[in-house]
Design a protein around this ligand. Structure first.
Ligand SMILES: [Zn+2]
Length: 326
């Protein structure tokens, strides 16, 4: 916690699994001192280091990093490419969360493991999904895992603006001295999200009516579809262990044929096999992998939340306009 920032080892532990934590983690693994100390870092001396925040997945960690700026250090419980839905917190995760000043979670059923992480600890938690109008999730109980809501609100730049404001409010309530900075950086990020939303609405509006259909593997685009004027179809409602069944594929094949959908998509963290079969059987083009449940590492195509939304918007526009056709 920031009240006593003498321990660089603890900071390194906190950040393992975090987005920008590669260097720190590597140092810690080699037993070298991590370069996290401040000039006035004396063990046992109370000082005001950055606020220490743990987010449950990489998208939220990036929002916290952008809104928090230099006033915050953030790590993510689940790292790039990991399945956030089916995760089980480790003893290390519990320790990192216990030592944090704030835990930031999505809620809406995304982290079925959230209570395992926070209940024993009593740390401050903000659930940013509480800031949006939730959409229901559709599918059999075995497909949805009994979820009431669709958890993927961040995939809509409009709902994303509510996330950003919720993060800024939470940081300000834990650290009121830096509230102005949090508010200013949140305003800049919500401005970029609003601009992206306008671009997407315009792109979709320019498509012929019958091309405004987004076909994906996971039903993660309900908020985006609602907010930019797309219809959606998907193989399964939420990523789980068993998915891509013949019945799910047959349902989407019918939809794609009936609507003459030009292109279908899958997502980075799940196998595309079933959707490639849909493409083969319908003549639709398999237009590539979208990013949803995780950012990539710094060298991948979507190291930030804005990158993720922009990458997906471009891939969807190319697929549905036919501009990506070879
Ligand atoms: Zn998901």
């Amino acid at each position: 916690m920031r009240r006593q920032s003498g321990s660089t080892a603890r900071l390194a532990t906190l950040l393992v699994g975090g987005l920008a934590a590669g260097a720190l983690a590597a140092c810690a693994a080699r037993g070298e001192p991590a370069p996290a100390g401040r000039a006035d870092d004396v063990p046992g001396v109370v000082t005001t280091g950055p606020l220490e925040v743990v987010a449950t997945f990489t998208v939220l960690a990036d929002v916290v990093a952008v809104v928090g700026g230099d006033d915050v250090r953030v790590g993510s419980v689940t790292g790039p490419g990991m399945n956030v839905h089916g995760y089980e917190p480790t003893p290390d995760d519990l320790r990192r969360a216990a030592e944090a000043d704030l835990v930031v979670a999505n809620g809406l059923g995304l982290e079925t493991w959230l209570h395992d992480l926070i209940d024993p600890l009593g740390v401050p938690v903000v659930v940013v999904g509480d800031a949006v109008d939730p959409l229901p999730i559709h599918g059999s109980a075995s497909e949805t895992g009994g979820l009431a809501h669709n958890p993927h609100a961040w995939m809509s730049p409009r709902a994303g603006q509510a996330y950003v404001r919720a993060v800024a409010d939470a940081l300000s309530s834990v650290d009121p001295a830096n509230a102005d900075g949090y508010a200013a950086r949140a305003a800049a990020l919500t401005g970029e999200l609003a601009e992206l939303e306008r671009e997407l609405v315009d792109t979709v509006a320019a498509l012929p009516q019958d091309r405004r259909v987004l076909v994906t593997c996971e039903g993660a685009f309900s908020y985006l579809a609602r907010d930019v004027g797309l219809r959606e179809a998907y193989l399964w409602p939420v990523n789980a262990e068993r998915q891509g069944t013949p019945r799910q594929a047959a349902r989407v094949i019918d939809t794609v044929r009936d609507a003459r959908v030009p292109a279908v998509f899958c997502e980075w963290t799940v196998p595309a096999t079933a959707q490639q079969q849909v493409a083969r059987e319908t003549g639709a083009r398999f237009a590539g992998e979208l990013y949803v449940d995780s950012l990539t590492g710094p060298d991948g195509p979507v190291p930030t939340y804005l990158d993720l939304l922009r990458y997906d918007a471009a891939l969807i526009a190319d697929g549905l306009t036919g501009e990506g056709d070879a």
